[in-house]
Design a protein around this ligand. Structure first.
Ligand code: UD1
Length: 417
């Protein structure tokens, strides 16, 4: 398996172009199943999670063409059969095949989704939503069968504003009879991106981006071309890197509004940023002061940027407190960060205290999960000497072309065997 080797300490200059959002693309691609004609999605990131979804679609005999960042999907002749473990377990977002296939065929049979082990990751709210639309859910061995004679709109309250459950219920409800209301819906920009795609195809969804979404069922969805929004987590990762190593480093093709919570925290620490319509630039690195972070649902501080923030906090003066409230197991990167020289204490896997500023030194470390891997990569970029990261498949699941993007702005980074 490949590894990433980094010689740390190089300043970074130039422009990093941000790709389409992983968490939008992984929902938009299954959503294409609901279209009754050919449909196209553009600005799709080149990441292995997208490869895995393409594999599932092809297994179901959908017609998929992928050229650069453009994917064309035609599901008119697809077959609805059990999605096996080796395909469903490659990624968490395979759960969107539940909502999409249920919406189209009123029946789904698939093995459980996979993904990074960052916590329990239940899907009870997704299943509750399907049941409330009239479906029956059977769990047999390690697969799940969801069937409905007919799907009928209903009022569905989510105990937790889950991103996955909100999108999955939208997918199942879009062609149901009558009106569905999702209360306490998640409000992430990726949900708006999916709702707009479905609306472009003729769906009737209002309220996406607020905590109350209304879906009036329609019988057909027609041809549409839709663009994936910029990846706010990828952009945030590069903005953290820019804050640590940027010398006139521009993070380009972003929606700055989607990064509000990160930007305000970085400013509080002392980062100077120039914010344009579709870019954020860091001209030079400062001395920074400790800050506190608490992960929350959007528009709060994203859990997916909590791990990439840890190396930044090691370079701040004072004690930073980091509270993780979304996932139970999201400090797996800390052990290797300490190995590189950080001073961090973790309490009950919920709170981390990062004491800075500490220099980091290159080490052999491991990517424990996608964002934990990004965190180790940032550590490597700022450390003195050579860092080698293994298990990098986790990183490649979510970061498009990361090694080249960093090389182009001056990092000494390469893939090695
Ligand atoms: C999505 C993102 C992931 C991000 C997370 C939170 C995708 C593909 N992944 O994951 O990168 O970290 O949002 O922003 O978009 N929960 C339940 N029951 C459920 C569903 C969720 O209890 O049925 C809980 C989870 O355990 C977690 C919280 O709700 O504590 C949030 O989960 P959710 O928003 O569903 O995350 P995902 O959609 O899986």
């Amino acid at each position: 398996m490949s590894k990433i080797k980094i010689e740390g300490g190089h300043k970074l200059t130039g422009t990093v172009n941000i790709s389409g959002a992983k968490n939008s693309a992984v929902a938009l691609i299954p959503a294409a199943i609901l279209c009754d004609e050919e449909t196209s999605i553009i600005n799709v990131p080149n990441i292995s999670d997208v490869d895995s979804l393409e594999e599932i679609l092809k297994y179901l005999k959908a017609d998929v063409k992928r050229e650069e960042d453009h994917v064309t999907i035609n599901c008119q002749n697809m077959t609805n059969k059990c999605i096996p473990h080796e395909l469903s377990s490659k990624l968490r977002a395979s759960y969107y095949f539940m909502g999409a296939l249920l919406g189209k065929f009123h029946e789904v049979d698939m093995h459980f989704p996979g993904g990074c082990s960052i916590g329990k990751r239940p899907i009870d709210l997704h299943l509750k939503g399907f049941r409330e639309l009239g479906a029956t859910v059977y769990e047999k061995d390690d697969h799940i069968i969801i069937k409905a004679k007919e799907l009928t709109g209903n009022k569905i309250y989510l105990d937790i504003p889950s991103v996955g459950a909100t999108i999955n219920i939208m997918l199942a409800a879009v062609k149901a009879k009558g009106t569905t209301i999702i209360e306490n819906a998640a409000q992430e920009p990726e949900i708006v991106n999916v709702a707009m795609y479905l609306n472009n195809m003729g769906a009737q969804i209002t309220g996406a981006g607020s905590n109350l979404i209304k879906i009036t069922g329609v019988s057909t969805l027609t041809k549409a071309i839709h663009e994936v929004i910029p990846d706010r987590i990828e952009a945030g990762t590069y903005l953290i890197i820019a804050s640590l190593l940027g010398e006139n480093l521009k993070i380009n093709k972003v929606i700055p509004n989607h990064l509000e919570s990160l930007v305000s925290k970085l400013k509080e620490a002392g980062v100077n940023m120039e914010i344009g319509n579709d870019y954020i630039r860091v001209n030079k690195v400062n001395e920074y002061k400790a800050i506190n972070i608490k992960t929350l649902v959007y528009p709060g501080f994203p859990t997916d940027l909590q791990q990439p923030m840890i190396p930044f906090l090691t370079q701040c003066h004072g004690i930073s407190k980091v509270e993780e409230t979304i996932w139970e197991n999201r400090f797996q990167n800390i052990m290797d960060t300490i190995k590189m020289g950080a001073n961090i204490e973790v309490e009950n896997n919920k709170v981390a205290y990062v004491k800075g500023k500490t220099p980091l030194k290159g080490e052999n470390v491991s990517a424990t999960d996608l964002r934990g891997g990004a965190s180790m990569l940032i550590c490597g970029l700022i450390a003195e000497g050579i860092t080698v990261i293994d298990n990098i498949n986790f990183i490649l699941r979510g970061y498009d072309n990361i090694v080249n993007k960093l090389k182009e702005v001056g990092a000494n980074i390469e893939l090695i065997d």
